[in-house]
Every structure is written in C-alpha cells, then in structure tokens.
Design a protein around this ligand. Structure first.
Ligand SMILES: [Zn+2]
Length: 409
C-alpha cells in the first residue's frame, strides 16, 4: 500500500495495515524470504525490509536458514519467533476443562486437562479453571515468558465484546461473566468466544482450512455447534450469537433438546443420539452385536467411541446407528450449503472420530438435497486437530490480535 500523499494519521494506518498483511502471510507459510514477501504482498521491497526489521526487533519474527536469492545475493529466510510471547488457551466444555499454554509459534509449553461432571455447578467449575490458570501463570513466571493474552472457548452464546457467556444450554449456565472473572486475576487481553467459533479459527490458523476463506466448522460433542467463516472472517451476526446450527429445528415433535426446544439438529447427530439409537436397537432384541459384551448387562455402559469401534469391526447394529446419524448430518449440512455456498465443511469433535464411517453417506445425502451450482467444488473433510480444535482456536484468538489479516479485522 503506497503512503504517497497521505496525512500522518493515514500513514500510521497504512503502516499498520502493511505490517498486518506481512504478519498474515506467516499464518499460511512456515518460512518466507523478504523477496517473496514483497512479491506476494505487492509491497515495495524497502517497505518490507523496514517492517521486517521492526518485527525482528520486537521478537515477533526471526531470521533462520540462509538462502540464495534470484539476484545471487544470499539472504535469510524468516519465520515466526517462538520467543515472541506466550498464549494461554482455555476450553470450558460440558464434560471437561482444558488449558494449553503455547509459545508465539503455537508450540505447546504446558497443558492441563480435567474431566468434569456438569452437575458440580458453575462455581466449582470456574474455581477449577482459575486454579489451573494460576498454575499456568506459575509456569510462565518460572520460565520468564511474556503472556500475550488469554483465549477462552465456551459451549454457548457469547457476547464477545464484554466476554459474557449469555447462555450455555448443555451446561445450564446463564450470564456468566467469564472475562471479568479472569480479569480480576490476570492483567492481559482476554478473549472469550463460542467453542465452535474458536474451533473454526483453530482449523483456519493451524489446521485443515489454512488456505480456505469460506467454510463451516461443525463441532460435535454433547451439543453441536458451528463456526461460519466467510471471506476469511468469522461470521458472528449482530452480537456474536450466529452459527447455532445445532438448534436448527429438524422435527418439531422430536426429542427434547438442552435448549428447551424439541427436535433440534443436535438431538439427531451428536454422540448422545448415536448412543440412544444403539440402546434402542439392542433393547428391541437385537441379539448378535459385540456391543452386548461392552454393555455387560447395562446398556448405559455403551458410549459413542464403543459404537465407532464396533462399526469399524463390522457390527451391523453400530453401522445402522451411525447410518442414521449420517442421514441427518447430511440433511443439516445440505441446508447450510444451500444457505452459504461454502467451499469446505469441516467435521470436528466426535464427528471427526467417526468421519471415515460417515463421509460417504453424508456426501450422498448432501448431493441429493442441495442445488447443484451451490455444491460445486464442495469438500466435506475431517478436522485436523480433532478434539484439540477449540483449544487451538483459543490460542488463535490471542495470536489473531497480533497476526490479524485485514479480512479478519
Ligand atoms: Zn436445541
């Protein structure tokens, strides 16, 4: 971007944009040369050199291997400097909490995971989150790191400005001031985001869709959420509550959902739906299934991963249960494809673990239920980070503030 004939305020803005554009390239490229950066960004080589010098001084970028340039002059490749600072990601989910501390290149430094029973209540869970975050802080101090910020992914509707969790249907939490609670103890930027939105960012920054600008990330756990990225930017709606695809009504007379409605999409396609379907089929008298051995007399002992393993071993009851999920998953995805004309649908969370069993049927149902031009070039793929997508997204929330591309601003 040229700075000719601009006033000082504009020049500052242009410099910031140029810096953002350059840092954005490090999201999709592990290493880059100054010459390549100039060619890719269209910026003047001297502007690139100047900005890179600044970034090296700030410890955000560092020089690495020596390379021969086109002019024959040797130069150094550049990469993100892991020592640029640390980011703390926190995931509060329905049945666990997880914390991950990374360096500036998103390499893991410290990790904590604790299984939870949601019934213990929000005070106990938030106290555990705080306790674990303090342990992360002790690690940061012991290793002389600089904490850039804290990103939090939560399974509900978040007012991203205030960091207030408005509603988490499966935790039964209403109006929890997540950001304020953390801000009492940590003096750094704090970002709170819906877990599926965070998962989408995690896959966009570090995973399966680094080069894709229009995609929807589906996150299946106890609930089903979606993170919609359009033009390289999270689509949050007016206040940040968009993407509640799991609560699209599929059957107005269907099973009750955690949100209080009936027949939401997540009651058809989540792990709970698979477990319920299997229990029903077995209780109706299906005799020959290896799932009987796992149940040991109590069908409640069968969990989603048992069904996936049984289906992989060729168990017909397990295959039938997952087949039903594939159908409804395909129906919901077809609705989203008709609405958003995305390039990629990413299957995350528990769906990721069953994707090899589901994908063929899902693709068939999506093809049958979408308008042809809207599904051209569509790919449905498993997430790269699986159950880590949300926590990686929480890290991305922090790094995003530094590495932000103009499209994400
Ligand atoms: Zn619902």
């Amino acid at each position: 971007m040229s700075s000719a004939k601009l006033n000082t305020a504009d020049q500052v803005w242009v410099r910031k944009m140029n810096r953002t554009i350059i840092l954005g390239f490090f999201r999709t490229h592990k290493t880059l040369s100054r010459a390549r950066l100039a060619a890719e960004t269209g910026l003047n080589p001297s502007t690139v050199s100047h900005i890179i010098s600044e970034l090296i001084q700030e410890n955000l970028v560092r020089e690495t291997d020596l390379i021969q340039s086109a002019t024959g002059r040797p130069g150094r490749l550049l990469e993100i400097n892991p020592e640029g600072g640390a980011a703390l990601g926190i995931e509060i989910n329905v049945d666990y909490i997880e914390l991950l501390l990374t360096d500036f290149a998103a390499n893991a430094l410290w990790r904590y995971k604790q299984a939870l029973v949601p019934d213990v209540g929000q005070d106990v869970i938030m106290a555990q989150v705080l306790q674990a975050a303090k342990e992360a802080w002790e690690f940061i101090q012991a290793h002389n790191c600089h904490l850039l910020g804290i990103g939090v992914g939560v399974p509900g509707l978040v007012d991203v400005e205030s960091g207030l969790l408005r509603l988490a249907p499966n935790l039964h939490w209403v109006d929890v001031a997540i950001k304020d609670v953390l801000a009492e103890h940590f003096d750094c930027p704090i970002y709170v985001e819906n877990e599926a939105n965070a998962g989408a960012l995690g896959e966009y920054y570090f995973g399966a869709v680094r080069h894709v600008k229009n995609f929807i990330y589906l996150s299946s756990g106890i609930g089903l959420g979606s993170g919609i990225v359009m033009g390289g930017k999270l689509f949050r709606g007016m206040f940040g509550y968009a993407g509640e695809a799991g609560h699209m009504t599929i059957d107005i007379n269907g099973e009750p959902c955690g949100c209080g409605k009936r027949g939401c999409w997540e009651t058809f396609v989540g792990p709970r739906a698979v477990e319920q379907r299997v229990r029903l089929l077995l209780s109706l008298g299906a005799k020959s299934s290896i799932l009987h051995n796992i149940a040991k007399g109590d069908l409640k002992n069968i969990v989603f991963d048992d069904v996936v393993q049984a289906a992989q071993a060729g168990d017909q009851i397990a295959i039938d249960a997952l087949g039903e999920v594939s159908f409804y998953l395909g129906i919901g995805i077809a609705n989203l494809v008709n609405l958003f004309n995305v390039e990629v649908i990413v299957l995350g969370g528990a769906l990721n673990r069953a994707s090899s069993l589901l994908l063929k049927d899902v693709e068939r149902v999506v093809t049958a239920n979408t308008l042809a031009p809207g599904r051209e070039h569509l790919r449905i793929i498993p997430s790269e980070h699986g159950s880590d997508a949300c926590i990686m997204g929480a890290i991305a929330l922090v790094l995003d503030d530094v590495l932000r591309e103009p499209a994400l601003m």
